[in-house]
Each structure stands twice: as structure tokens, then as C-alpha cells.
Design a protein around this ligand. Sequence first.
Ligand code: BGC
Length: 563
Amino acid sequence: MTSDTTVTQKIELPTREDETWWRQAAVYQIYPRSFADLNGDGIGDLRGIASRVPYLAELGIDAVWLSPFYPSALADGGYDVADYRDVDSRIGTLDDFDELVDALHAANIRVVVDIVPNHSSDQHAWFQAALAAGRGSAERARYIFREGGGERGELPPSDWESMFGGSAWTRVADGQWYLHTFATEQPDFNWDNREVRDDFLTTLRFWADRGVDGFRVDVAHLLVKDLPETLPSRMELDAMDAASGSHPLMDRDEVHDVYAEWRALFDTYDPPRTAVAEAHVSTPERRARYASALGLGQAFNFDLMGADFDAAQFRAIVTENLAQADLTGSSSTWVFSNHDATRHATRYGLPPARGTGQKAGTAWMLAGAPAGEIDLAGGVRRARAATMFLLGLPGSAYLYQGEELGLHEVGVIPGSRRQDPAYLRCADTGAWSFDGLGRDGCRVPLPWRSEGASFGFGPGESHLPQPAWFAQYSVEAEDADPDSTLNLYRHALALRHRLQSAEHLEWIETAARDVLHYRRPNGWEIVTNFGADAVALPSGRIVLATGPVTDTLPGETTVWLAP
Ligand code: BGC
């Protein structure tokens, strides 16, 4: 057995003109307000991101996905967009954006931006015009306004709840109500309105013309709705078949007419612009529709986020999703962490029964549980093993800023500093709220240095408080440690391109129940031991290992083996 962890062979990377770059890309999600703050206002900015392009290039990612940076009152972390074709002045300017795109492209990194089409901010000019214009107006027809129930319209039109808790309807001064699937400040658009469709085409063209390579489409399954005169109750809605394609509120078949128009637009560019759908739908077959080459082309698969660190669960998910990808002709996607979920190092540090992704129970574990109940080191060990399993798979890997540091979720944030409406709207009602603590804990600004103001995030304080333990996860600390998670990611991302000759894997059966072993077409094998005990190490030359390996494969460890 030999061990070789140096990269010697030069690899041909896809060029900017390559139409298929997205199929097996490592896409790194940046939450701009929490990445790097150059101007010192406590909020990350585009020039801060530009200053870190060398870091991104060294990391070895193929693309960045920028969460919303548009003007926003920040009622939902920027997913309440006040102007789709501008940059929030706290984050920068359109010139800064152009410079950032140029810098990323010069480093052979593509740029994906977030498009939020289900709803705007209530500060958007169209919503303000709708309020001013009154009932029955063309301005109101761009959103979903209804008369209320009760004798004087004083009751909401239905008992529907918003995703962040509380009623999904809010009453305006003249007595009408508007629908908001999310926060009050996020009125839903009416996608039956041609003006809305045309305006989004203009927005997509605006960013594609600026050189953006692709789009991440927020809640892609919710845009098109069909609201009958008499609205069904919440219970009636719940009893309806969400996979029928005719549910009044979600995943309606007609939503694909919208994406066919978007595809036609994307295909006028060379190379065609790409898109990935965030579509929370009820079956893999329904998800596949969003990934169609006639539509958005790719869809997120969040299945691994909800899985335990468990060989059987991982294998079933991988097998099913690769089969789906074969059917659609798209490539599969893999995600462990994003701006909406408890970081996976922390999920895997929870006691097994509760360590299952975004499930109720995580809240008290993070907030109130004795610190000893979270196995911090074990969480990082399992996250490293799981991520290196994922990075070996065919398809695109979506990575979330900070996971390359093995960063944990920040569980303790004073209520007065929390920002997430999922927390603020739900704290008192006990409604579903992303683990009860909301999503601020995974959005705390990154630690770049081990000391100093905001750990090098910026010259001053950061908009969400960083805990003292961030020091040990800083880029500075990990850069200096050859065994750090950061150096592991760099090494894996550099090697990953060699695995990608074809989008295929072959399972190799093993005697050990807790071990998954697969081979890629270049002959490399990826072996993960999900169990606690060491197992026999298959033969091969170790090119990557997530922990110390001797002549056996220790528990909770992944190796990549070359023949
Ligand atoms: C985004 C969330 C956001 C919601 C409403 C989601 O799926 O990822 O961060 O709160 O859409 O826009």
C-alpha cells in the first residue's frame, strides 16, 4: 500500500466556452452579507468577495453561486428583493458586480446568481404601486389580492399559514388582503399575469448580458397557482395530492411553461445559460421535470441533507438519484449544507436519533442541550468522511461557505441579534421554523483570521455575532495545518476533475454492512466506513484520506484509492 497525496499530473479543466461545465461542477455558495466585509459596515460586500478570489481559486471550485445581493429591506436575508436589476448599496454597485464577474472569470470560476421569482419585497416599486392604485387595478393584478371573509372582510380569505408561521394573508389599508407564502414583507407574484413573466425575462437577460453563467431559482415549484373563487381550507389543501400537477398552490404542471420560456432565452446565449431549481416536490419524478433540458436543466436533490450518517441510507439515495439523472439526461446534484439548514458538521455531531437533518429536536439540542451532548470532533470527522464520499460521486456538488473549514453551526445567538423571520415569526407560535432556532446560526460571517475584529471578516464588528471558538476554524489557522479540513477540501477538489471522465459509478459489494465502496470510470475507488470500527482496507494507492489510515480503514473515514 503506498500513499500519495501530491497532485502531479496536469488536468484539463473545462473552459468558459464549454457548454457542459455545470454537469459535474463543484459550486460554492456564497451568502454575500456574511463572506467578507471590505468597507467595514459589518455587512459583507461584493468587493470583499473580489478580494477573496485567490482563496476561491486555490480552493479549486468551478463556480460560485451568489445568494441575493439585490436591494432589500432584509426581511428575509435578501430573499425579499426590492429591485431585481440592481445591487444593494450596502453590498456594492453594478460596477463592483461587473468587476467581481471579471475577476472570477479570469480565475476560471463561473458565476451563478439567485433569482427569486415567487415573491418580491413589499418595498418593490410594483408592490408600492399596487398599494397606491387600489382594488381592481392593473397594479394589483401583478400580485394576489383578495377580499376578506367575515361580515366586513375582516377575516383573512383563508386559514392558510405562511411558511414562517402566522397567516399567509395580510390586510392592506383599503381592506383587501394579499397572499405571502413567506414573510409578510414578501408578497407573492401573480404568474398568470403576462407583465410578471415578461419582467422576469428582462431580469434574466439583464444578468445574462452582464456575463452571469447560470441561475439558481428560488422555490421554483411555487410560482404558478390556481386559486378558485372559494378557497380550500388548510386541511383540504393538505389532503390534496401534491404530486398530481394540479394542486392549487405548488408544483403545477403549467409552471413548466414558464421555464420553457426561460430555457428559450438561456439558449440564445453562447454558451447557453444554466439554471438549477430549488423545488421541494413530493417525488423524484416530479423533481425530474424541473431538471428537464427543455426547462431549467438541473434541480437540487436535498435527500442527503435529511439522511443520517448511515451507509444504507446513503446508498439508496445515491442509487435513486443517479437513476433519475439518467432518465432526464441531467446530472445529479448533491448538497449537505446551505443557508437554510443546520451545518452538517453539527448535524453529524448530534446523538444519532436526532442527527437527521432538519428535524424538530435540533432546536433544543443546539440551544439548550449541555454542550457535551454535541460531539463536535465526531461531527467534523463524520462530515469530512461524508463530504469526501460526496465529492467522489458523478454530478454537481453544491458546497456552502464555511463547510470547507468544518465550521459548526452557531447555536447561541441572543434573540435581540437574530435576523431570520423563520425564528422571529415562529418563536412564540411554536410553528415549523427550521429547527426552531431559525437559520442565523449557519449565516454567521466567516472567520478568516484567528484574532482581530470579526476574525478578519471585516475591520469592525460583524452583523451577526461570532463566537470565540471561531478562532480555531479560521482560514488562517487551517491554512497552516496540513491536516485541516480546508486543506482536505483543496486536495479533493484538485483531484476531483480526474474522476469526471464519465458520469457513472459502479458499486463494489463489501462484506461490511457499514461500508460503501464505489468505482469511477477512471479506475479510482472511493471507500467510506460509516461504522465505528476499523475494517479491511481494499488494495490501491491512497490518494486522499479523511483521517489517519494504516493497514486498516478506521471508522468514520473515507479514502480515495487509485489502482
Ligand atoms: C430560500 C430561503 C428563503 C425562501 C423564500 C428559500 O427556499 O432558500 O432562504 O427564505 O426561499 O424566498
